[in-house]
Design a protein around this ligand. Structure first.
Ligand code: ZN
Length: 267
């Protein structure tokens, strides 16, 4: 069997998913996706746009040529091709995000000043890091994926199960949450009390992970009472992970004992 690529290629509006990870929502899509080397997926709503098959590109939407960002995505596809080599690590430009924040009525500069947080660019490439608790593919930057797998194995050797709840999330994903809540009549201030502003989440970098454990609800403060949290507190630093939002953190972000960020491998 042909070895499949294990990287997600990122562009401003469209992600390129390696074949074999996505399921079709119709029989036709399922047949096409089963043979796809790459699938082009709209970031904003997850819609499948096109599939790269051995014989060429097949559109999965009626107006593929008019799709925003399609040229950039096809460029990336031709650069990486079916035989992907690990490209240089890098980040996508932030242009576009700022004007979209403004359109939502979100004052990015004011938010940055108030929280001490900076805009976080998305990586151009992400590494497949296994499945998360919900059986969805987990994407992380390549260093973080390696460190996570080593840390998870070390915990397991100590009898501790660490589960990934959430890894990389795109700007578009977070913008989509905001847009849906605004449509339902919530104000920006109300949404910001619960959700990080799009562009400012550590999850955009591919270096942050929400971690859970067996029989424990995801992303709840009660995680701090688990053996898994005690293990992380004692050992995560050895793998380069640090809890980003402890109690009374200077960013004014709610205490998140489940959220850990990879800051690089310890010296
Ligand atoms: Zn998180």
């Amino acid at each position: 069997m042909r070895a499949r690529a294990r990287q997600l290629i990122n562009t401003a509006d469209i992600e390129l998913w390696p074949g074999g990870l996505l399921r079709g929502r119709s029989n036709r899509d399922a047949r096409i996706l089963a043979r796809a080397q790459w699938v082009l997926r709209r970031k904003r709503d997850g819609r499948y746009l096109a599939a790269e098959l051995p014989e060429g590109l097949v559109a999965l939407v009626p107006a593929l040529a008019a799709e925003p960002g399609i040229d950039e995505a096809l460029d990336a596809l031709s650069r990486h091709g079916p035989r992907l080599r690990m490209g240089p690590e890098g980040a996508l430009p932030l242009s576009g995000l700022e004007s979209r924040l403004e359109a939502l009525g979100l004052d990015a500069d004011g938010y940055a000043e108030r929280t001490g947080l900076a805009l976080v660019p998305e990586p151009v490439q992400l590494q497949f890091a296994g499945m998360d608790r919900f059986r969805r593919p987990l994407w992380l930057d390549s260093d973080t994926a390696r460190a996570w797998q080593r840390m998870q194995n070390a915990a397991r050797a100590d009898g501790i199960v660490l589960e990934a709840i959430s890894g990389y999330r795109s700007h578009d994903y977070q913008l989509g949450i905001f847009e849906r809540k605004l449509e339902r009549g919530q104000t920006v201030a109300e949404i910001l009390a619960v959700n990080a502003a799009p562009g400012f989440s550590e999850h955009h970098s591919g270096r942050a992970l929400d971690i859970g454990t067996l029989d424990e609800p995801p992303a709840e403060e009660s995680f701090e009472a688990t053996d898994a949290f005690a293990w992380l507190t004692g050992n995560a630093g050895d793998f380069g992970f640090q809890m980003s939002y402890p109690r009374d953190n200077p960013h004014g972000i709610t205490y998140e004992p489940w959220h850990w960020c990879h800051l690089g491998d310890p010296a």
